[in-house]
Design a protein around this ligand. Sequence first.
Ligand code: CA
Length: 373
Amino acid sequence: MKLNRKTFLKGLAIGTISLPVALRALMSTGHAQDNSDSGTISSKKYNWKMVTTWPPNFPILGEACQLYADLVNQMSGGRIEIRVYGGGELVPALEAFDAVRSGAAEIGSGASYYWAGKAPAAQFFASVPFGMNAQQLNAWIYGGGGLKLWEELYRDFGLVPMAGGNTGVQMGGWFNREINSLDDLKGLKMRIPGLGGKVLEKAGGAPVLLAGGEIYTGLERGVIDATEWLGPFHDSMMGFQDIAKYYYTPGWHEPGTALEFFLNKGQYDRLPADLKAITRSAAGHVNVWCLSMMEAKNAEALVRLREKGTDIRAFSKEMLEQLRLYTEEVISEITEKDPFAKKVYESYDAFRKKASDYADITERPFYESIQII
Ligand code: CA
């Protein structure tokens, strides 16, 4: 079907005329169900457990899980109750995926790059160094075929994925020496997980894996020379500004990390259509809420960091260009070995190119224009 200006306008006109009819139909359906014992809404109750990769009540990310549970509960009139467990409370954080697969829990929350060891393609739905930002990644997931591929990948694990938040562009990290060129990365022991860590390794650095709770003392005692974490809000809660000299931008390694909910597919498939829609609708709400909270809290935290005199630096263009080339090597090594990862990345990268081209004539000139002010 060809959509041109004429059919588009025609469609709009029909939409305008039929909207009140659709609304009346919707209202009358609700009315009938409210007053009839023979209504189609099942009163069956579901008691679910949500396992998460976040520490219990972790600001924004953990709070998003509770928000999801509350929304699903309220929208379903109490038919789905979800109890949220922080990482380690029911199962260890990085066992959340398997716990939901096995049915030990019905739903989980995490970031899909944690499961790269099980399926290399998974990480492309979370974050790719020098890849898409939050807005572009959401555009690919919802509007560019990304979700279909994500569902295809998780189907093999008996799971249903849903986008459930985003960190926005992260910061480049905290360093105790100036990083002016690639030479300064040589031998640098840095806490940086995932693909970013692999890129750092190619640049001669030494990525170190440390759990959240170990990073501060690791940096303070010189076990690591540098660390990345999230953005000004979470980073300043960790206290990195007190023990590191420089705060670098941008977070080239995580330009907008997507968070996810994953549901046990057997459980999901058994839900009546309205509850299925509620589980997806709540995820959509949390997806927006999470990114919005990140932006709001990071902007506030940056004011405080600046007031305290935090030395904010930018990586050089030349260095970032080199890291971008290393990133291409890292991704090729992954996609050469795994056909599904290749398929996902081809879709991701084709969309990224179009989105970048569009941003080049919209957001880039816009940001450049407000720099003048
Ligand atoms: Ca990070």
